[in-house]
Design a protein around this ligand. Structure first.
Ligand SMILES: [Zn+2]
Length: 296
């Protein structure tokens, strides 16, 4: 019995020593294996599909910027009377209307600057009033889908069209026309869409909306105001100014969200600094300067 116990102890000790050598010695061979591991996964694994209509995902998808330029060069300036020469800035506000909309409108009014609001569905008296005020004050309204619900809208092109159409009808009942400009929630190269619609969904959706007569717009300057729930004001300003450098036409991504107070605070500074940098301001239209991440 004692002999067996001694044997067992010996076996355990020897076994432990062997295991130790195995975990130490082959480590150099194991590292490449663990390094190779991520390559078996998609380079941009889809994240959780957000459920909040005003979400911070619009800013995390700038993975591939393919310049497509204006589709109709002769029409480049037709819709931007302030842009007959020099640099043009298109300020865009996504996800409104919200508690910040009137503040944004007030600042734009103060500086006499037009902008583009890519709105979502808000079928309340307040929402309807805000759509009307945006249009009445001379800004462009764009379709950002009614629900902004990635899981629903990116399930198929039919689902996407249905959601866009729902907002189009609401806006038409409020302001008398259906916007023919679109911004995809998350941008045209977002990968969150893959979860419900598969990898090709953005190509199909982009083709579908263009077939339906819409133009879609991504951005070539991010304010980074979606990178944090409440982004630092100076970071918003610096991001816009640094990304604008060297560009002739800029489409600036910002958000119209009740809680994004620093976007509102940064706006007057951004307008003044862009003006000082030689920019005039335009609003987007179907034939204006367009920037696409994705070229279907
Ligand atoms: Zn959005």
């Amino acid at each position: 019995m004692i002999k067996i116990s001694v044997m067992l102890v010996l076996v355990s000790v020897i076994g432990f020593a062997i295991m130790h050598r195995r975990t130490d010695a082959p480590q150099a061979r194991q590292i490449p294996q663990s390094r190779a591991q991520p390559l078996t996964q998609p380079p941009h694994a889809p994240a959780e599909v957000p459920t909040s209509p005003a979400n911070p995902d619009d800013d995390i998808v700038e993975t591939r910027h393919t310049y497509s330029g204006p589709r109709r060069p002769q029409a480049l300036h037709s819709s931007t009377p302030t842009a007959s020469s020099g640099k043009v800035a298109y300020l865009t506000f996504d996800d409104g209307p919200s508690g910040s909309t009137r503040k944004i409108l007030s600042i734009l009014r103060t500086y006499g600057v037009p902008a583009t609001f890519f709105v979502v569905g808000s079928d309340s008296a307040e929402g309807r009033a805000l759509y009307q005020q945006i249009a009445a004050e001379g800004h462009a309204l764009g379709n950002h889908t009614y629900s902004h619900d990635y899981k629903a809208i990116y399930r198929s092109t039919a689902a996407f069209r249905k959601d866009v159409d729902k907002l189009g009808r609401l806006l038409e009942s409020c302001v008398g026309y259906r916007p023919d400009i679109i911004r995809f929630p998350g941008g045209s190269n977002n990968h969150l869409s893959w979860k419900s619609g598969g990898r090709g969904i953005m190509y199909r959706a982009a083709k579908a909306v263009q077939d339906d007569g819409y133009q879609y717009f991504d951005w070539n300057v991010s304010s980074t105001d979606a990178a944090a729930p409440v982004q630092d004001k100076s970071l918003i300003i610096d991001s816009v100014m640094s990304a604008s450098r060297g560009k002739q036409s800029i489409i600036v991504l910002m958000h119209d969200n009740t809680y994004k107070t620093t976007t509102v605070e940064a706006l007057p500074v951004i307008i003044k600094r862009l003006q000082a940098a030689g920019f005039t301001f335009g609003k987007l239209s179907k034939n204006s300067f367009a920037f696409h991440f994705l070229e279907p």
